[in-house]
Ligand binder design. Structure first.
Ligand code: PHE
Length: 493
């Protein structure tokens, strides 16, 4: 039988946990680059619009679903509407996969952190490139060639999973204390990195590049899609995380103010991270005598190749700042990583009434075992592919389905009046409009456009079979979710 539900020790523990989940690796390598790529300062307009029209409304919705039902995503959605349990399982499958590759990226950070004490990644840009691609990842050249296992990556992965386990095993009360550290330490480190970055020569060039607005992007659908995608990813939406976290809140807790605080803290941090990253890139460009775009790499290359190059060039204390930067990534990432595992564990516990102390280690071991694929020499490509499929199709699909279930089946108005009953800040009918029309339309259009693009151009330079594998996998997860939702659970007896 399910026992008394776990509880956060205070409201701020819950808010910090949600902020910790939201602020993650995505804020440092994804946000600044996407901003630059989509019109610099002008991108903040679609970003802000996406936050208001989809991010905050959906966050309110997820907090409500968790808090009202006091259950993990599958059983929570089932309580809302009997037929929607599978949507919850689908999000749980996705977030589990997300955790497997997210922990792999954390493992790379562990390795870089270790190397930073000796600047072991080399001194020239070529050496650093070589360190990342060949020494650490041993890239095989294709996802079809797995090659051997890269031991340092595997060891980093084991360290990451052990840390995730240690953070979660004492339950939500202790977790609520851990998150104060995992949120405040990176904030402190980030502020130091921003001050350091801004004091470097050439910083202004970098910032100009980051923030100079190019308003013509507002006419490009791509920039709007990128803004919505980024908002979903960064706020940890549609992955079950916010539902499970909210389910540990008492039923009468505030919803709307918590959602506003979480999302604004997250977006503010992302904006600040841009200052740390681009001021340093400005310095790198000036030191190398090239322009800022020439040193700007996308995504993972930014954190693991470009940034270490800049760190090496620092006139003083480069090892110190190298260690700082990777410690920043590790402390930013760990609370996102465990927030990806908690929904999986919580869902199994809630459905079958199993003991958390057994489910958690099993999920961690299984997550580690899946991670072995990413630790192979072909692993980098699988990280990239998993990220592409989960973030572009998975999240959008779940978000869309959640809006439909709450907006139409349960009734947006009914949900809103329940939310307003417990919240200090009341939301108006605008929320219904967003949940019923605007958010699902944007998500639907984005899903279809991404799909058309995939069919027309494939993804990156990957062979076509990888695309079929990715798509096939999503379909397989959907089937698995339906099967899981049909199994009898403790609440059905
Ligand atoms: N929001 C996290 C980041 O920015 C990623 C994440 C997504 C975490 C979904 C949990 C759930 O890095």
């Amino acid at each position: 039988m399910p026992t008394i539900r776990e509880r956060w020790s205070s409201r701020s523990s819950f808010v910090f946990a949600a902020i910790g989940s939201a602020i993650g690796l995505g804020n440092v390598w994804r946000f600044p680059y996407i901003t630059y790529q989509n019109g610099g300062g002008a991108f903040l307009i679609p970003y802000f619009v996406a936050l208001i029209t989809a991010g905050i409304p959906l966050m309110i919705l997820e907090y409500y679903v968790g808090q009202e039902t006091q259950r993990a995503p599958p059983t929570a959605l089932k309580k809302i509407w009997k037929k929607s349990e599978w949507i919850g399982w689908f999000s749980v499958c996705l977030v589990f996969l997300l955790s497997t590759y997210y922990s792999t990226i954390m493992s790379w950070c562990v390795n870089y952190f270790y190397q930073s004490f000796t600047l072991g990644w080399g001194s020239t840009p070529e050496a650093i490139n070589n360190f990342f691609n060949n020494t650490l990842l041993g890239k095989s050249g294709s996802p079809g060639i797995l090659g051997g296992i890269q031991m340092p990556v595997l060891i980093g992965l084991a360290i990451t999973w052990i840390s995730i386990y240690l953070c979660l095993f004492r339950g939500v009360k202790i977790l609520g204390k851990i998150v104060y550290f995992t949120v405040c330490i990176p904030w402190l480190l980030l502020i130091i990195m921003v001050i350091r970055g801004l004091s470097l020569p050439g910083a202004i060039e970098g910032l100009n590049f980051y923030l100079t607005p190019d308003f013509s992007v507002l006419l490009k659908p791509q920039a709007w899609l990128a803004a919505y995608g980024q908002i979903f990813y960064t706020l940890s939406l549609a992955m079950g995380t916010l539902i499970i976290y909210a389910s540990y809140q008492p039923k009468d807790s505030d919803i709307t103010a918590n959602a506003f605080i979480t999302s604004l803290a997250n977006c503010g941090t992302a904006f600040l991270a841009g200052f740390a990253v681009f001021s340093t890139l400005g310095y790198l460009a000036q030191s190398m005598g090239v322009s800022v775009p020439e040193v700007t790499k996308s995504g993972l290359g930014l954190a693991f190749v470009t940034y270490p190059t800049a760190i090496n060039l620092l006139p003083v204390a480069s090892r110190f700042f190298g260690a700082f930067f990777f410690l920043l990534l590790l402390t930013l990432g760990i609370d996102s990583a465990f927030s990806e595992v908690e929904p999986v564990v919580g869902s199994i516990v809630d459905k079958w009434g199993l003991k958390k102390k057994w489910v958690l280690p099993l999920v961690c071991i299984f997550g580690f075992l899946v991670g072995i694929l990413y630790s192979t020499r072909g692993g980098f490509y699988w990280v990239d592919l998993a990220d592409h499929f989960i973030c572009n199709y998975g999240i959008t699909l779940v978000g869309l389905l959640e809006c439909i279930v709450i907006g139409y089946v349960f009734g947006a108005r009914k949900a809103r009046s329940c939310i307003n009953e417990v919240s200090d800040v009341r939301i108006g009918p605008w929320w219904d409009v967003f949940i019923k029309f605007i958010t699902p339309i944007v998500l639907g259009v984005s899903f279809i456009m991404q799909l058309i693009k995939l069919i027309q151009n494939g993804y990156g330079n990957y062979p076509i079979w990888t695309i079929f594998t990715g798509m096939g996998f999503i379909v397989l997860l959907l089937i698995l979710s339906v099967i899981l939702s049909r199994r009898k659970g403790v609440s059905d007896e």
